[in-house]
Write a protein that binds this ligand. Sequence first.
Ligand SMILES: Cc1ncc(C[n+]2csc(CCOP(=O)(O)OP(=O)(O)O)c2C)c(N)n1
Length: 630
Amino acid sequence: MIKNSDKCYGYLSKINTPAELKKMTYDEMGMLAEEIRLFLLDSVSKTGGHIASNLGVVELTLALHKVLNTPVDKIIWDVGHQTYVHKILTGRKDSFESLRQLGGIAGFPKTQESEYDVFNTGHSSTSISAALGIARARDLNRENYTVVAVIGDGALSGGMALEALNDAGMSRTNLLVILNDNGMSIAPNVGGLSRYLSKIRVRPFYYKTRESMQAFIDSLPNSGKRLRKFLHKVKASMKSMFIPSMFFEDLGFRYFGPIDGHNIKEMVRVFEQAKMMKGPVLVHVTTIKGKGYKFAEENPGIYHGVAPFEIETGQLVNSGGENYSGIFGKKMCELAEQDNKVIAITAAMTDGTGLSQFRELYPKRFFDVGIAEQHAVTMAAGLAMGGAKPVVAIYSTFLQRAYDQILHDVALQNIKVVFAIDRAGVAGDDGETHQGIYDISFLYTIPNMTILSPASPNELKNMLDYAVFEHKGPVAVRYPKGTGHEFDGSDAPIEFGKGVVLKEGTSVTLIGVGKMLEITFEAGRLLESEGISCEIINPRFLRPADEEIILASARKTGKVVVIEDVIQEGGFGAYVTGLINDARTGAYTKVIGLPNKGIEHGKVELIYKKYGLDAQGIKAAIIKEFDLNK
Ligand SMILES: Cc1ncc(C[n+]2csc(CCOP(=O)(O)OP(=O)(O)O)c2C)c(N)n1
């Protein structure tokens, strides 16, 4: 067993800031890299986290911090899931036990956590835009420091990254982009750009020859002008001979690479050179995802982001029970078998959304479009126009990217696209950039959009049946992370716009949205034990809501509480409050949800407790609000 003791970490224990790194020799840095790998395995196997991506960037991060003068020089990490090594080197190694835990250090860059974290990331493909902005501000302020964006080949498939390259390439701004190419997104990377990169990866000969040639030209005396000109021409034509089109150079970047992202010395040499150059420069670094840990190297997709695991066997600690993503994936296979028009679309999240089996069984009806949520949604609209039945599976948080595509391309034309929204509600460990707590609010503003929220696995399956085969127009089925339980009546068929009163009561109406229904029942039991009679409603449809049962219950109890694990502004509770007020029932309302201030990382249950969304908290809030103790 690897021990987390100073004895094993002779080099690492000396590093508190990047300054110490600068004094190290390359051999020492090599040994430090090995210690960092052991340290990462030791801590992430306990806390869970993005192990494979971090194992892959150990040397890259060391080389960057060796060359750069951080925090004056700025590094912007794309997605930010690969910043553990950066955190270890910038004063946070002693906090690693608390990684992703409530109150502990975050799994992504956080400006409030350290001055070395320059820009908060979490969603993919933002780094080049942010870096270009920072570089432009630097120039306007007449300051002088280096700005670096580190972006993976997966993140490069996102439209924003390409928009930023397009702008940066012609900008003449001094900007360094490091492309960390491991051939992997979470799963193997997809698309034409990925194929292009793999072509470059296997043709380092061209770049090596070109570099040597440039060095030779530079070494020629001024008198050799004609030879110099001739060699420049040869160099230029070599390009078209070896690589059909030099994408990055044609965009306006100076391109270096591909270089070995596990060779610190080589990277330091190239980064030093690139840092001194004028204009935008792209250094293409090749790395191995999961490097140094057999299980992660063999299965980088599985070890991309993991729960705690056993180091020796690679065995993941079982979270118990089939989760909603798995249930969704199985149901999709059933739907596809029933109807050959059913199509599944993912934006680089095949495993995460439970669609691996679908991909195997129905490869022609499965599309992984890369990290391209916007494209996924509009492409789905096109498929539907062509007569297909597209189901777009995207995590709630990433669907934010495609707001305009949902509105402009799908909803305004009232096109039937099914949105399978995974990780809806509090998603936990990944923190504020990954919580699925905005979807009800943003979907509520979209015309023609129907929103369903299943409260159990059976309800998810039935809602998918309904959405795919019966519903007309755009429809979203939003379901949570993790597992769920059945309750009496959970297998009742879905009827458009209909909710269900699950328990009659007289003192207060409790409406539990989706996953919160289970906790609402628990809170109801606590209230009943104090003699407060609860009526419990499962709304099922958040839009259009079942106004009839809600208003009838409001008139009966005079007090209505909506419980949802999303932000309160614009949520279902806000809608119900308006409904009850407009109907002049005279009933009081209360929404128990989340404040709109960014919800930090931590276990879902602990976050619920902190924000009063656990059964005890709900009970206490209701008693206080309505003065029910008297
Ligand atoms: C907009 C968005 N969609 C999906 C994701 C989920 N996601 C996190 S990392 C990742 C793959 C990134 O691949 P790459 O940039 O190559 O980094 P690597 O982990 O391979 O180093 C994906 C799809 C995300 N963070 N943001």
